[in-house]
Design a protein around this ligand. Structure first.
Ligand SMILES: Cc1ncc(COP(=O)(O)O)c(C=O)c1O
Length: 344
């Protein structure tokens, strides 16, 4: 199955932004380095051809599909200064010939040159997006709503998307991904015992959970590591979003709150604040496998996988799938953090 011929893309407006299915690969060298008999796999959602790739393209396939079906000509969205969602919105809008406006807030306490000018924000400008920069205390969604009204009064047709593209429409992208994983795991002996994802605005976890439930599979295999808010709040928003996505799908099936597992063990000092476990995870993945995690999402979530392997929280022969959601440009924005950290 590809994301283009899945049950959900047939029912809802959708525009193709990447080739699917994304590959699943085993981390053999890392397993040997960790001396574990847990089988570790990654699903390469970072491996997409458009705009540097990443999880937001799955959501944008449906969000932009919806925007096109409504005749919109301007895509407006919000995010932090180094938002991957903003960068991929800019790239995807450019790809389909739509104007893009980004309302970015300074939510992370970093003022160095790399953070302010490199990484995603550099790419936003290169992709031709119009950037509105707000301080961390301003409300980006209010600003974006007002901006949409101004654009309308000028005769344009704006389409506004909230943080991380995590609406039920956006979540369809990860409901699709759940079906993709279900098909791919037929090749994996015993199937995946755990599926691990980062959790920011919750759409990735919620979409996967809704997708699994809608095809009669257990969503409790999925666990996420919160990188934005604490576990309780993230668990609740994930659960509510999974329910809203199922309702949007007109599914008669329901998701139970206890099936949504969220940990904040890797959150550290908060969103976008580096931890030594993240720096270690980025380096070990790069040095054993030649693969790049990012400092804000996958680095922290994969640090959770490493901690679980090291503390023997998984059982021997478990098959753990980690969703690599992208975010590579963030490494350049966090150059000082990597330089400052002492490492061997
Ligand atoms: C690279 C990357 N991974 C994971 C996430 C988290 O996804 P979600 O917001 O759907 O929880 C994001 C969100 O911005 C992201 O950019």
């Amino acid at each position: 199955m590809t994301s283009q011929n899945s049950p959900f893309s047939k029912r809802f407006s959708h525009t193709k932004l990447f080739d699917s299915p994304t590959p699943i690969q085993r981390l053999n060298r890392l397993e040997r380095e960790l001396e574990t008999n847990v089988r570790l796999y990654v699903k390469r959602d970072d491996l997409m051809g458009l705009g540097g790739g990443g999880n937001k393209l799955r959501k944008l396939e449906f969000l932009l599909g919806d925007a096109i079906s409504q005749g919109s000509d301007t895509f407006i969205t919000v995010g932090g200064l180094q938002s991957n969602h903003a960068r991929l919105s800019a790239a995807a809008a450019a790809h389909i010939g739509m104007t893009c406006e980004l309302v970015l807030t300074e939510v992370v306490p970093r003022s160095d040159e790399a953070y302010r000018r490199n990484g995603n924000i550099l790419l936003d400008e290169i992709f031709g997006a119009k950037i509105h920069l707000l301080s961390g205390t301003e409300n980006a969604l209010d600003f974006a709503t007002d901006r949409a009204k101004v654009l309308k009064s000028e005769g344009r047709r704006p389409y506004l998307v909230g943080s991380g593209g995590s609406s039920p429409v956006g979540c369809l992208g990860y409901a699709n991904c759940a079906v993709e994983i279900m098909e791919q795991e037929q090749e994996i002996e015993g199937g995946f015992t755990q599926i691990i994802v980062p959790n920011g605005s919750s759409g990735t976890h919620a979409g996967l959970a809704a997708g699994f439930v809608s095809v009669g599979m257990d969503p409790a295999r999925i666990s996420s590591y919160a990188v934005l808010h604490q576990a309780k709040e993230t668990q609740l928003s994930t659960y509510e979003l999974a329910r809203a996505t199922l309702a949007f799908l007109d599914s008669t099936k329901s998701v139970y709150s206890d099936a949504i597992h969220v940990s904040d063990d890797q959150l550290g000092g908060g969103y976008g604040i580096p931890t030594s476990a993240m720096l270690d995870a980025v380096r070990i993945m790069a040095r054993t496998q030649g693969l790049l995690l990012d400092p804000v999402y996958t680095g922290k979530a994969f640090a959770g996988v490493l901690a679980a392997v090291r503390s023997r929280a998984y059982k021997p022969n478990d098959a753990v799938l980690f969703l690599m959601t992208g975010g590579l440009p963030g490494l350049f924005a966090y150059q000082p953090a990597f330089e400052e950290a002492s490492y061997k």
